[in-house]
Design a protein around this ligand. Structure first.
Ligand code: ZN
Length: 169
């Protein structure tokens, strides 16, 4: 196998395949480019939602639920728990699967869990400027960093959706 940036890589359709792949001309290694898996959690404490204000690009200063890339060697649930600690210094208990959100054009599949905090203990990790609890009727939808947060919130708390639509009509 050559290094991935080797000039010996060519774009060809391998036998039995149906799309172009980068294939090593020396050994035939196929550099499959598959989507990344992101894991996240919509975290509640009583009737409030935990959101992080991002300190890193993209979308610095905007709000997101805790989420990040799943690492090899951990389950999706373990990854979501780790991200909640890294970004929000929150210890969570996962109680449900909210949904799987695909962004094909970005090559990302996000698994979003529902979780709760047992106590209101949280704070900004290195990737967050600030972490706070928001009442359901006070989530600043215009400050959300990515569509996935609203997607997850709407599925986690469907009762809040009509109010959000009214507030943004
Ligand atoms: Zn090779």
């Amino acid at each position: 196998m050559s290094a991935p940036d080797s000039s010996n890589f060519r774009r060809v359709i391998p036998d039995g395949d149906d799309r172009l792949r980068r294939v090593c001309g020396d050994c035939g290694f196929i550099d499959y480019q598959n989507p990344k898996v992101v894991v996240g959690a919509i975290v509640t404490f009583e009737d409030q939602i935990l959101l992080c204000r991002r300190a890193i690009p993209p979308r610095v200063g905007y709000l997101t639920h805790p989420a990040g890339h799943l690492e090899r060697g951990e389950t999706a649930e373990e990854g979501a728990i780790r991200e909640c600690w890294e970004e929000a210094r929150a210890r969570i208990q996962i109680h449900s699967l909210i949904g799987v959100h695909s962004t094909p054009e970005a090559g990302v599949v996000e698994i979003i869990f529902g979780a709760r905090m047992m106590e209101a203990a949280f704070g900004p990790g290195p990737e967050s400027q600030d972490v706070a609890l928001y009442r359901l009727d006070a989530v600043p939808l215009g400050e959300l960093a990515f569509p996935t947060t609203r997607w997850g919130l709407e599925r986690a708390i469907p009762a809040a959706v009509p109010r959000w639509h009214a507030a943004n009509a």
